[in-house]
Design a binder for this molecule. Structure first.
Ligand SMILES: [Fe+2]
Ligand SMILES: [Fe+2]
Length: 230
């Protein structure tokens, strides 16, 4: 992952300064549900739950679009479009999974225990519910599914930006964990979380591109190319 050309501190401030997308009723209900389970206060265990859920839509779309590849193989334009979604979905879900591992490493380092809602019984139901929601949304409107995900990612970007401010000690804490360094080769934990926040912005931007709203993309220096190539 490229980190040299990106000014993480500047982008962190830009996240805090940028007004949030005007969330739909559905997105507000979703965030309300998350607050009901994990509490209103954002912390690392809650971010863990967020990351457990975050990869689900990408995985759902990847599978859907693999089916599409087979069904539409006679139509090369449709094939290329489906391949774009698959390429993005694979990258994004791997990236979300790295976020989960990184948060787990940070919690281990800080001696933080998982909260009750991270027990396998609860996460099973949270994951199963979101799989059903993600499948239904993609079935009825793939565009709406992309837009809902943009809302989810827009929210996640701010959660991390605020977490960094709420934990000023991260600015001094050096990263010496090989797994975390493999994710982002930065010096401090604050920059690790700045990188995660910016990843969420990338996910949001790509979601806006795929749902046909490129005007909502939050551009910045060093941002990755679009996956929506066709
Ligand atoms: Fe994430
Ligand atoms: Fe994300």
């Amino acid at each position: 992952m490229t980190t040299q050309v990106i000014d993480l501190k500047r982008e962190h401030q830009s996240t805090l300064d940028t007004p949030r997308y005007k969330y739909s009723f559905m997105a507000k209900m979703f965030f309300f549900g998350m607050d009901l389970i994990a509490g209103k206060r954002d912390d690392l265990p809650k971010a863990k739950l967020l990351e457990i859920l975050a990869s689900i839509p990408y995985r759902v779309w990847e599978i859907r679009h693999y089916f599409k590849l087979t069904r539409k193989f006679r139509n090369i334009d449709r094939v290329k479009k489906a391949q774009d979604v698959i390429d993005w979905g694979r990258d994004a879900q791997d990236n979300e999974y790295m976020h989960l591992l990184v948060i787990h490493e940070k919690m281990k380092e800080d001696g933080l225990k998982d909260k009750w809602y991270l027990c396998p019984f609860v996460t099973f139901f949270a994951v199963a519910s979101y799989v059903v929601i993600a499948r239904l949304m993609a079935f009825f409107s793939q565009k709406r599914a992309f837009l809902f995900n943009a809302e989810f990612e827009n929210h996640a970007e701010l959660v991390y930006a605020k977490l960094i401010n709420a934990n000023p000690q991260w600015e001094e804490q050096k990263v010496d964990n090989a797994l975390v360094k493999a994710y982002a080769d930065v010096d401090t934990w604050a920059d690790v979380f700045r990188r995660i926040s910016l990843d969420e912005r990338d996910h949001m931007n790509h979601s806006f591109e795929f749902c046909g709203k490129p005007e909502l993309v939050q551009k910045y220096e060093g941002m990755p190319e679009t996956y929506s190539r066709h």
